[in-house]
Write a protein that binds this ligand. Structure first.
Ligand code: PHE
Ligand code: ZN
Length: 882
């Protein structure tokens, strides 16, 4: 477990980086595994890399049993062991250092290092090392720029631990006395300690043979406990698709003879890319129609791909230090998003990703926790696995890829992998490789990595009929963020088209060009303000800006509602169509908030959507997205002072206006048609139908609650799979709470023992809005399956309520803030990382309206003043409270 905060907090700074004084060429680890006590015997081949400093090894929570250098036992006084560091002065240039330590896996509730998943009787042992977990297993220079070859021997009781796994290729196994056995693994690829992993216990597997494009035979194994092994097939299929895609798209092949993937129900994060032995939160690995939603299927595919892609972007080329985290995460998210776009619908994938960025990253970038994609300092690295490092980091790679084009980007990636294979690299290295391969200087993009905050891009167009010119002025400005008062101009690629009022894209000729070329252009705004003059324009055009979301900025353009309605009707690109709809919905929201029932934007929005609703040629999934206005959390940004009740009321009003405009009869007819084609099939068309069916039912519920209730009850009973079942339950619980009681109880019984299904049951109820939300959540805490020890369970009830239920969490009397504070303290005692992540729900308290702000402030300040919390939680609270 992390230190309590009365231990001194050290701030780590990027500027202080120094290469390691000693490296470890080879490490041999021997584990004697036991649930209560495990012993680890480590032999390190140490080599001096620079200077004359002593050897310094990290080690936390370890009981040191033996220590020797070159076979000589050291006694007290020959080494210093303090504050998580073991220091040994050695004169030689290299030496063999041996330690033996003991650990207590069953007591490890922080789930960092070696821990027990599940119960003492039937659970299994596993490790989690990123970012700094390896130091909880053995003494080691636990930093990503020390790359070592690993030989790992596992020894354990055969009955209790029939399966023994470690990263690398298998290198023998056999029997030992007393019913014990052993297995050895050798990893030929030098790796950073955070990529180390072992797993031991009773696990089942599914397997497949795979041959890489360069001819290597690889055995693929997906492991899980017996009760869920039949839900691993989709993950295996996804893995094979990922491997093929990386061969095709980036020419990257897998590089060991075996690849293991393991599912656990006890995991702090989504999944982990340990070399040759990926470990997954079961939530992102298991999938079957009866217990997983369509969204979850897509997540499994994406996360399996993400972790697999890390084998090159992360493992073969790793990060020099943790400030470079986005080097592997931003890049890998980008690769994962491109893969998912190729496997599914590209525009829908882009919609999903941009919506996530706005919901999760924009608020982060605008609040007290804001930080650059490459932070310049941290006190707890675990708190930097953020939407900024991941999602915004991916957007930065996307901009670079867009600048270079498909082939240029591939050339750049080839050079990057080639140049830095087997190294711990920096973001500069990445940008340089991309640029060098294309003879382009991309260094101006580095500024994006160092500057926090979401740039505001302002666009202003003026049409000059006499000159037949359209003059577009683009300006940028980034508001000050926590600790970064002044901002510089960034290179902002703006992909754009101009449409005439009949929705036709105009040929584009900029003023210094001889003739028009195409109907789309990317201009790069790299100063505070620039003008672009388009020639041969006959009438005021409608600009479609930032197409495909070409830069992670907030666009402020003085669009008239009719302009946006034109784009919403005619833009040939699905993403931009949606984007025009979102912009228009924002204006429609303003109308509702200001009680303009016949406001022009509201009328334009509902009118355009009613028309699209009747358009049979429109894709069901896209229509479902178009019918979804920005969520309550995004709309928060349109308010100066936030009152979640008023935001919800205005949003509900605009949905009601939309439902009325579409009309009860068309909604009913559409619902019935979609219902008639219901199946459990997982193809894109079936998924799209389910998604639209849900939107239609929710709209219908606003104007004909009794009919919607009847539909929802029947849908719950007849649902062929989880998507329809859960959607019906959520609709019922919102529209007709009384009638939802029995189905909710039924769901609970039906999925007794299915942890992931129960998580959804908790989460669905945690999201229900309104004054009684807190009481409902408190009652759910009394359910026998609720436990603070399991991260998924905490996230599904506590996390969902705090982050995704604005009206419930931000009740004006502050009761939910006080409740959360209590839970945070309790969770922190078990698992600091999880407590810290949930605590980020306090992120936006400063911009709440005064009553709520006062209430939140009191709670946050009191928590932040405590001295008995973990470093993880203390770090978040300290920054949030500022
Ligand atoms: N590196 C993991 C991933 O993206 C995330 C992770 C971080 C998992 C820390 C566990 C601990 O892909
Ligand atoms: Zn990752």
């Amino acid at each position: 477990m992390s230190d309590r905060s009365d231990a001194p907090t050290t701030v780590i700074r990027l500027d202080d980086y120094r290469p390691p004084a000693w490296t470890v060429e080879h490490v041999a680890l021997v584990f004697d595994l036991g649930i209560d006590r495990t012993e680890v015997d480590a032999t390190l081949q140490m080599v001096r890399a620079a200077g004359d400093e002593p050897i310094r090894l990290n080690g936390e929570g370890l009981e040191l049993l033996e220590l020797s250098v070159d076979d000589r036992r050291l006694v007290e006084g020959e080494y210093i062991l303090a504050n998580g560091l073991l220091e040994i002065a050695v004169d030689a240039e290299h030496c063999t250092l041996r330690t033996k330590v003991a650990l207590r896996p069953a007591e490890n509730t922080a789930l960092e290092g070696l821990y027990l998943s599940g119960s003492r009787e039937s659970g299994f042992l596993l490790t989690q090392c990123e970012a700094e977990g390896f130091r909880h297993i053995t003494f080691f220079p636990d930093r990503p720029d020390v790359l070592s070859r690993y030989t790992v021997t596992l020894r354990a009781d055969r009955q209790r631990f029939p399966v023994l796994l470690a990263g690398g290729n298998p290198d023998g196994s056999g029997e030992l006395p007393d019913g014990r056995h052993w297995a050895r693994f050798v990893d030929p690829h030098p790796k950073a300690s955070y990529l180390f992993a072992v797993v031991a216990g009773r696990l089942e597997r599914i397997s497949r043979d795979y041959t890489t494009a360069d001819g290597r035979a690889v055995a693929l194994h997906v492991w899980a406990e017996a009760d869920v092994i039949d839900r691993c097939d989709y993950a295996m299929d996804s893995l094979v698709r990922s491997m093929q895609w990386d061969e095709r798209t980036y020419g990257r092949n897998y590089d060991l003879d075996v690849f293991h993937v393991v599912a656990t129900h006890d995991f702090n994060m989504g999944a982990m890319e340990n070399k040759g032995l990926n470990i997954f939160n079961a939530k992102y690995l298991l999938a079957d129609p009866d217990s997983s939603t369509d969204d979850e299927y897509r997540h499994v595919e994406a996360v399996v791909a993400h972790e697999y892609f890390h084998n090159w972007s992360g493992n073969r080329v790793t990060c020099r230090d943790w400030f470079q985290l986005s080097l592997k995460e931003g890049l890998t998210v980008f690769r994962e998003q491109s893969f998912s776009a190729d496997m599914n619908s590209a525009p829908l994938k882009r919609i999903e990703d941009v919506a996530l960025l706005r919901r999760a990253q924009f608020p982060e970038d605008a609040g007290p926790l804001s930080h650059p994609v490459r932070p310049s300092q941290y006190s707890e690295i675990n708190n930097f696995y953020t939407a900024t490092v991941y999602e915004k980091g991916s957007e930065l790679v996307r901009m670079l890829a867009g600048r270079l084009g498909t082939e240029g980007f591939r050339r750049g990636m080839d050079l990057y992998f080639d140049r830095h294979d087997g190294q711990a690299a920096t973001i500069e290295d990445f940008i340089e490789a991309l640029g060098d391969a294309n003879d382009i200087d991309l260094s101006s993009y580095l500024a994006w990595y160092g500057q926090a905050g979401t740039p505001r891009l302002t666009a202003e167009g003026r049409f000059d009929p006499a000159q037949r010119q359209y003059r577009l002025t683009l300006r940028q400005r980034t508001p000050a963020t926590a600790g970064q008062p002044t901002k510089q101009a960034l290179p902002i690629p703006v992909r754009l088209s101009l449409f005439d009022r009949s929705g036709r894209a105009l040929p584009l000729r900029l003023e210094d060009e001889a003739r028009a070329e195409g109907t789309e252009r990317t201009v790069v705004l790299d100063t505070a303000e620039q003008h672009y003059v388009f020639e041969d324009i006959d009438a005021a055009p409608v600009p479609s800006l930032l197409r495909g979301f070409s830069a992670p900025v907030i666009l402020e353009c003085d669009y008239q509602p009719e302009d946006l309605a034109i784009l919403l009707r005619h833009d040939p690109d699905g993403f931009n169509r949606w984007e025009a709809g979102q912009q228009l919905a924002g204006l429609a929201y303003d109308d509702c908030r200001d009680a303009r029932a016949d406001g022009p934007a509201l009328l334009a929005w509902t009118g355009a959507l009613a028309e699209l609703f009747a358009d049979a040629s429109l894709d069901d999934a896209l229509l479902a997205e178009l019918l979804t206005p920005p969520g309550e959390i995004e709309l928060v940004e349109r308010q100066a002072e936030r009152d979640p009740d008023r935001i919800r009321a205005a949003r509900q009003a605009m949905l009601l206006a939309l439902a009325l405009r579409v009309g009860a009869a068309p909604l009913r007819v559409r619902y019935e048609a979609l219902r008639a084609s219901t199946s459990a099939a997982m193809d894109a068309t079936s998924q799209a139908r389910r998604q639209l069916k849900r939107r239609v039912l929710d709209l219908l519920a606003l104007i004909d609650a009794p009919l919607a209730t009847t539909f929802a009850l029947a849908q719950y009973e007849q649902a062929p799979g989880m998507t329809d079942r859960l959607a019906a339950l959520a609709t019922l619980a919102t529209v007709a709470p009384e009638q939802a009681i029995a189905p909710i109880a039924h769901f609970r019984r039906r999925y007794e023992g299915n942890a992931l299904a129960l998580d959804k049951w908790f989460a669905m109820q945690a999201q229900l809005p309104g004054a009684d939300a807190l009481a409902r959540v408190q009652a759910l805490e009394g359910d026998p399956s609720f436990m603070l020890k399991n991260p998924n369970r905490v996230q599904s009830l506590v996390g969902t309520f705090a982050r995704s239920n604005p009206t419930g969490f931000h009740r004006a009397d502050g009761a939910a803030y006080r409740w959360l504070a209590d839970r945070l303290v309790a969770v922190d005692g078990l698992n600091p990382q999880v407590a810290a992540r949930v605590a980020t729900a306090f992120n936006g308290w400063k911009r709440l309206e005064p009553t709520r702000r006062e209430a939140a402030h009191a709670v946050v300040a009191e928590l932040a003043a405590r001295k008995d919390l973990s470093r993880d939680l203390t770090d978040i609270l300290g920054r949030v409270a500022l």
